[in-house]
Ligand binder design. Sequence first.
Ligand code: ACO
Length: 394
Amino acid sequence: MISEEQKIEQPLDPKMIGLRPGLEGVPVAHSAICEIDGTKGELRYRGYPINELATQSSFLETTYLLIWGDLPSPQQLKDFEQEVQMHRRVSFRVRDMMKCFPATGHPMDALQSSAASLGLFYSRRAIDNPQYVYDAVVRLIAKIPTMVAAFQLIRKGQDPIQPRDDLAYSANFLYMLTEREPDPLSARIFDRCLILHAEHSLNASTFSARVTASTLTDPYAVVASAVGTLAGPLHGGANEDVIKMLKEIGRPEKASSYLDKAIANKQKIMGFGHREYRVKDPRASILQDLAEELFARFGKDEMYDVAKTLEKEAEGRLGQKGIYPNVDFYSGLVYQKLGIPRDLFTPIFAISRVAGWLAHWREQLGANRIFRPSQIYTGAKSRKWMQADERMSP
Ligand code: ACO
């Protein structure tokens, strides 16, 4: 039994005391990396519209742009691509460590642990040394895909395969994952998916990266903390749940009753809604086009009609609240068509988002102040110590 003295006070009404749950609308950094107009549905990286990047650029070029601020010259891009290619391999020690992970574990947990382990090999915390920063960027961009692909083979009881130097970034990842060289269309579409997921301002995982960066720890810890944050179903993990939901709905004609039931039960529709957008996420529209491109070439996924009907039906029910498909709604259908297992969707998101996290890491270090928000204490004021035999069992 809890005495009056011990009773925990109820939290006060946040609006009355200036508390902003989820930090909604609270600026915590100046940033020149990514701009979102949530009412127009516009997204730009370093001033370049996402549509243009997704059609004209490559993932490594976009990564360079995000992290270093400007598009690379042809020579800078060539050098960067070569450096990344040279650092794709991971130490046998990391691979051996991954072999000890349970095969039933989620690949995001495997990735978080492996990313953190890189700090054991390369940690010098020389973050004020430009060469250390460059090397860390190259290593993380190069090795994260290798680790995702390695865990996929290891959990199937196979040895990871080595990267192939003749293959570009995305083609090489698909090769390491599936043990088959992908056709050029699949590799290009995958590369475009990476561009779309590379950065999105101060979302939960990027905020996590900046908080960790603000302690001046090493970049491997920064990325590992962000991977852990991305894993949750309200963030990157939603793309897995979208496919589960579409399968549960099963047929287009069932979308309407599914929505009615979910809304009545106050259940979130996965892949819908976004703190920043009041219209359809521009990335969702591009991903939908990419899905259609793949279906035209390799045959349609029957779940696509379910998704389209769900989107149409949801507009009448959720549109007035500004809830439309987000980036996670169509990405799973693209990855599924590329033959990627469902629980790798979020690790693939991470492969891409490392670019944004590292851009924010550099920006944070450029004007650092350790994050240390305040709280409004709602616990007991002062309590008298009780010996164990004086305490009542619940
Ligand atoms: N389905 C149904 N209703 C929704 C949805 C949804 N997906 N999202 C928000 N709403 C409703 C809420 O029920 C709430 O309604 P109410 O005001 O009548 O109570 C209102 O919209 C506001 O919802 P919040 O959860 O407060 O909105 P918030 O901005 O905090 O959440 C979030 C954004 C977490 C993305 C939310 O929309 C959600 O949970 N979506 C589903 C999960 C998802 O797809 N996540 C991926 C986001 S993209 C990314 O992280 C990469």
